[in-house]
Structure formats: structure tokens, C-alpha cells
Design a protein around this ligand. Structure first.
Ligand SMILES: [Zn+2]
Length: 169
């Protein structure tokens, strides 16, 4: 595997989905569930899209691991709603990413949020079926959502994941 993509599900704290390889559910005593066979993304999925794979990030699923936090149903950038991201979930996501990156030798720069991919591929935004902003913001704020925030939050994840990797060495 060559890259890792970070997501939220946009659903409740319990539901997990095979569009990702691992989901981090429950708000406090988090549970990590293996929801899709990693091997199915160990290929250029565009060559035969009819074969199964975890379709987590548009046009970027080849050799790519998808991780997701079970949260954020009904969330907007200003109001995270009834299922906001929690600190234990963010921690869990970063620890899983660190383990996988170490195992597969994935460079920390190749760990990115879905929001960063959406910025690059021109579908970044909140409030529409065809736009994505996971995970561009860690807590609700009245500030308008801008691409720079996706990069800053992506850096926050990479730093935190790197610190877990350093601790494991
Ligand atoms: Zn996503």
C-alpha cells in the first residue's frame, strides 16, 4: 500500500462501512473495526472497476488505505451536531494510521485527508452531495471553510501520526 486517506463517515457513532478498510466507532471507549479486505485495493482499481474494492476517495483508491471515524451525521462546519468527532476517536485514527504506515512503509506525506484530495480534485466543500470536507476541521467554528484549513488540519494529522510512529520505534 502506498497511501492512506482519512475520513469521517457522516453517520452516527455506531455504523461502520466497507467503503473504508478500518472504522473507528464509539465516542469514548473506541472500537476499531476492519471493514474491508486491504488486499482488494492492492491493485490499480481503474483497470477493472467491476472487481470489488473499498471506494473511499474518488479516483484515488489504487494502493490506498481508507480509514474513517464513525461520526458527524448532520454536521456543518459551524455546528458538528449530535455526533461530533471526539478526542479518543482522533487518537484512535492516528494510532491505526501510524501502525499501517509503519507496516507498509508509507511515507507520512502520503497520509492525507479526503478534504485535501477534494481540494486537489476540485470538489472541496460542505453542504452538498458531491462535495467533501472530511477531515478539514476538528471542532466547529463560525469561520468560513477554506482550502487552507484542509492543509493545516492535514498537517496536524501528519504530525500526530508521526509522533505515534516515533513512539513505536
Ligand atoms: Zn471521505
Amino acid at each position: 500500500m502506498r497511501s492512506i486517506s482519512l475520513h469521517w463517515t457522516g453517520r452516527d457513532y455506531e455504523s461502520v462501512f466497507p467503503a473504508y478498510h478500518f472504522c473507528v466507532s464509539r465516542p469514548d471507549d473506541v472500537l476499531v473495526t476492519y471493514t474491508h479486505d486491504l488486499h482488494e485495493n492492492m491493485r490499480d482499481v481503474r483497470l477493472d472497476p467491476s472487481l470489488p474494492y473499498a471506494a473511499h476517495t474518488r479516483a484515488r483508491n489504487a494502493w490506498s488505505i481508507g480509514l474513517s471515524i464513525a461520526a458527524m451525521r448532520g454536521a456543518t462546519p459551524q455546528d458538528f451536531g449530535a455526533y461530533p468527532l471526539t478526542e479518543p476517536q482522533l487518537d484512535g485514527l492516528c494510532q491505526v494510521a501510524a501502525r499501517l504506515a509503519a507496516f507498509y512503509g508509507i511515507d507520512v506525506a502520503a497520509i492525507r485527508t479526503h478534504a485535501e484530495a477534494a481540494v486537489d480534485d476540485d470538489y472541496f466543500g460542505a453542504g452538498g452531495a458531491d462535495v467533501r470536507w472530511d477531515i478539514a476541521r476538528l471542532r466547529p467554528s463560525p469561520e468560513p471553510l477554506v482550502p487552507d484549513e484542509a492543509r493545516t488540519t492535514g498537517d496536524w494529522f501528519r504530525n500526530r501520526i508521526e509522533s505515534f510512529m516515533a513512539r513505536a520505534r
